[in-house]
Design a protein around this ligand. Structure first.
Ligand code: SF4
Length: 60
């Protein structure tokens, strides 16, 4: 199970993570991504982290 951390300063609100993995990531009112769950083992979480253009998603 990967713990999900999002660096809001690095996030540019592109929406890629939400598109790839909507069960876990959502853009907030501030147009920054937030994690809907603290950790997940869904494969799309890794896809989202790999696809984030600013490497704002850290998995621990
Ligand atoms: S993919 Fe990265 S930059 Fe884009 S919204 Fe998600 S966390 Fe932010």
């Amino acid at each position: 199970m990967a713990k999900i951390t999002i660096d809001k300063d690095a996030c540019i609100g592109c929406g890629v993570c939400e598109n790839l993995c909507p069960d876990v990531f959502k853009l907030g009112d501030d147009m920054k991504a937030e994690a809907l769950v603290p950790e997940s083992d869904l494969p799309c979480v890794q896809d989202a982290a790999d696809s984030c253009p600013t490497n704002a998603i850290q998995l621990g």
